[in-house]
Design a protein around this ligand. Structure first.
Ligand code: UFG
Length: 344
């Protein structure tokens, strides 16, 4: 079955890879993106990779109800929405919590209101593993305690709760996907992660060090209660995450309303910062100079998914190795040394 879907934030890192998967499956896509942290070029490349020039792009903000109303009116009946648009920098959310409540929570509320007006009630929402806070017992299952410890995670948890209420009380079909740490890029090297300024995240920092854009990686602490002292995260290939979205959507569309799903999307295999560095060095033959510095405020020792529920319900599990995460992320960095900026 092919569908007509609205994708908010479709030009971003996870959004663009998901659009590629959906387009290749034959779905019709309408994208709303304000390009505040993304580039229209990503969508051009998605279309050329999929060999389908059919994406309809609407430049605008999800908090703009008029724009969304107009989009729903003009593009015919929509079968569902994937809502990626939002802000995601933990430090920025601590410095400017109101901005995060506005963009992430108010933006989701406006979107849901417009969907309701237009009779569309199937939604996949981008949530995050940071809603679990600083867990001490593993494996992390979807019913494990949530304890969001910064405004970014608090806004994501608040939207999950708002959507739970919609599925319970208004008969929506909702899935909140709790992403662990998506990394890598499409193997073509044509689309990938393009952080503005100094990368916050480990992987893009490593690829920029490998490319000589930065001198060395700072490892934020080696005194955590982990085997080598560095933080452990559950890194997954962004193409696996993209496929999780299409599997989730198919699951929702096959079922009668109401549906409420919360799913961990990870590999179940946590890796320390040092393991990632060594994995990258092995995959690429390059060396990554690093230095141990103080812990980063707000970081936790370990996050690792139990991905069993996604496998059981969707038949989805992460397929790609750490080596592929590294080689594909490195191919993107080499082909696009400055990301989408200055690209032809
Ligand atoms: N790290 C370094 N040096 C760096 C960057 C990161 O040592 O320059 C370490 C961190 O301390 C942590 C690990 O690498 O131990 C991963 O850090 P990231 O910043 O790549 O990822 P986080 O787990 O902190 O956060 C990411 C996203 C969040 C999301 C979360 C979900 O940035 O948006 O994963 O787990 F919520």
């Amino acid at each position: 079955m092919t569908c007509r879907l609205l994708i908010t934030g479709g030009a971003g890192f996870i959004g663009s890879h998901t659009c590629l998967v959906l387009l290749a499956q034959g779905h019709e896509l309408v994208i709303v993106d304000n390009f505040s942290n993304s580039s229209p070029l990503a969508l051009q490349r998605v279309q050329s990779l999929a060999q389908r020039n059919t994406i309809q792009v609407v430049e605008g903000d999800v908090r703009d109800a008029d724009l969304l109303d107009q989009t729903f009116r003009s593009c015919g009946e929509l079968d569902g929405v994937i809502h990626f648009a939002g802000l995601k920098a933990v430090g920025e959310s601590v410095a400017n919590p109101l901005l995060y409540w506005d963009v992430n929570v108010n933006g989701s509320r406006v979107l849901a209101e417009v969907m309701q007006r237009h009779g569309c009630s199937t939604l996949v929402f981008s949530s995050t593993a940071t809603v679990y806070g600083a867990p001490i017992t593993f494996p992390l299952r979807e019913d494990s305690l949530t304890d969001p410890i910064h405004p970014y995670a608090q806004t994501k948890r608040a939207v999950e709760q708002m959507l739970d209420a919609l599925s319970r009380n208004a008969g929506w079909r909702i899935a909140s996907l709790r992403y662990f740490n998506p990394v890598g890029a499409h193997p073509s090297g044509q689309i990938g992660e393009d952080p503005l300024g100094v990368p916050n995240n480990l992987f893009p920092f490593i690829t920029q060090v490998a490319a000589g854009r930065r001198e060395r990686l700072h490892i934020f602490g080696n005194d955590y209660a982990t085997p080598d002292g560095t933080g452990i995260r559950d890194y997954l290939h962004v193409m696996d995450l993209a496929e999780a979205h299409s599997a989730t959507l198919a699951h929702l569309l096959e079922r009668p309303a109401p549906v409420q799903l919360t799913l961990n999307i990870g590999t179940g295999c946590g890796r320390s910062v040092l393991e990632v560095i060594h994995g990258f060095e092995q995959a690429t033959g390059l060396s990554i100079p690093y230095e141990i510095v103080a812990r980063r405020p707000g970081d936790v020792a370990k996050l690792e998914a139990c991905p069993a529920k996604a496998e059981q319900l969707l038949g989805w599990s992460a397929q790609r190795s750490l080596e592929e995460m590294c080689t594909d992320g490195w191919a993107w960095q080499q082909a696009n040394p400055m990301g989408y900026r200055n690209a032809p």
